[in-house]
Design a protein around this ligand. Structure first.
Ligand code: ATP
Ligand code: MG
Length: 421
């Protein structure tokens, strides 16, 4: 028995009927990043595994258990499908010396790969748009990122996405805090689950954002990192908040927000929707001033964030955001020995004038072809029989309203088809 081959679990086909939503989203994204002066960068989907280990950190969900890693069959090199976009973006900026001239506002978009348990809003291949500002130490850049994401929700037509904000301070603050936190967690060792016990001395901050209901009260009552911040970190955080208030952007400070990746310092944030169940975070990021140096570049501050495209599209679908109408102007039906070659020429001329045309393929009588024309969604059927071919005319029949059909020349047809209202 032949078994059929299926796509890999958690990796989805995006079918033609879903494409209009994706394209609508992508077109809004392009206008949005342009409005803020960000330039696109495209990096490979496969990188050396070492890049992600260094950038994301060894004791993280991603590096410990979510990466698709393999040895190159030819030379044994350790490679991984990218689980996120920041590491490769920073690698490329260092490799091509992009920070030499000026700081960089960059964005990227594309598929990411993580070996997680597939469920609604959580896939093994998913798509992100990411934004990175490299070479900026000023809290105004953290604020710019938050203001621009708030603006994106408006452009997408989405409401009800809430901002959660925190600061992780600098390395010294986190070292001081780590010690206090470990002491606290040791006192509550009986309440820690297996993951938390494993991370107690390797990545204790991560225990704070555990979703395990049994640990919530204990995590809520944990000491707060804010008390370990120095004045510079507090001022930075205050400036970000002042900008947010000036722009009327509401936020909640969440002291347990620490993010899953090791590279963050100072500002961290998540935008969360209450309409997506457990997979509610649609955007996350923050400042990562030590990452560039960690990957081998000359030290430079930076911050950035990534959006989960699938989760945002789900929100757009359930909010009923209308899709742009499909722009198929005419479906050319043709029958007859003289008609068909003429129909080919005519379809070509219509396309050259900027119209979107399907030329019927596969024969059949006019009635059967008209059914196809109707199902295509085209605004007009363009009917060509031997009679039209001989007189170099064509018949245009509106398919979406009750108007009469008209017989006309090619030029008249172009004018009529281009009046798209
Ligand atoms: P989560 O806590 O949901 O696992 P994360 O902290 O691992 O998220 P990030 O690495 O910050 O996620 O990625 C940024 C965004 O990308 C997330 O907020 C989410 O919208 C999206 N995202 C992350 N992982 C997935 C996935 N497996 N499937 C779909 N979207 C995802
Ligand atoms: Mg995750």
């Amino acid at each position: 028995m032949n078994s059929t081959i299926q796509a890999i679990r958690g990796m989805n086909d995006i079918l033609p009927e879903q494409i209009p939503r994706w394209q609508q989203f992508e077109s809004i994204i392009r206008d949005w990043v342009a409005a803020y002066g960000y330039n696109e960068i495209r990096t490979p989907i496969v990188e050396q595994t070492g890049l992600f280990k260094r950038a994301i950190g060894e004791i993280t969900d991603i590096v410990e258990k979510e990466m698709y890693s393999f040895a190159d069959a030819l030379n044994g090199e350790a490679l991984s499908l990218r689980p996120e976009g920041t590491a490769a973006c920073v690698r490329a900026v260092i490799q091509h010396n992009l920070l030499y001239q000026s700081p960089q506002r960059l964005w990227y978009s594309g598929p990411m790969f993580r070996h997680e348990r597939p469920q609604k809003g959580r896939y093994r291949q998913f798509h992100q748009v990411g934004v990175e500002s490299l070479g900026y130490a000023d809290p105004d850049m953290d604020a710019e990122h938050l203001v621009m994401t708030a603006d994106l929700w408006r452009r997408l037509g989405l409401s009800g996405i809430a901002l959660e904000l925190n600061t992780l301070g600098d390395t010294d603050a986190r070292t001081r805090y780590r010690a206090r936190l470990i002491a606290y967690l040791e006192q509550h060792r009986d309440q820690l689950d297996d993951d938390a016990k494993r991370r107690l001395y390797t990545n204790p901050l991560r225990i704070l954002d555990s979703k395990n209901p049994a640990m919530q009260d204990m995590a809520d009552a944990a000491p707060k990192l804010y008390d370990d911040l120095d004045d510079a970190a507090k001022t930075h955080f205050d400036t970000v908040q002042t900008r947010l208030r000036a722009h009327g952007i509401e936020y909640r400070i969440n002291p347990r927000l620490v993010r899953g990746l090791d590279y963050y310092n100072y500002t961290v944030f998540e935008w969360v929707s209450d309409q997506l169940g457990a997979q509610g975070t649609v955007c996350a990021g923050g400042r990562y001033d030590s990452l560039i140096e960690q990957i081998g570049g000359k030290p430079a501050p930076a911050c950035g964030y990534a959006l989960g495209i699938e989760r945002l599209l789900t929100l757009m679908d359930s909010a009923g955001i209308p899709l742009p109408a499909r722009q198929l102007d005419a479906y050319v039906v043709h029958n007859g020995d003289i008609a068909s070659p003429y129909a080919w020429q005519l379809a070509h001329s219509l396309r050259q004038s900027g119209l979107n045309i399907i030329l019927h393929c596969g024969g059949g009588n006019f009635k059967a072809q008209m059914k196809k024309a109707d199902a295509s969604g085209a605004r007009f059927a363009c009917i060509i029989g031997d009679d039209e071919a001989r007189t170099e005319t064509l018949t245009l029949k509106p398919l979406r309203c009750a108007s009469e059909q008209t017989k006309c020349t090619l030029n008249q047809a172009i004018i009529l088809l281009k009046s798209r209202d």
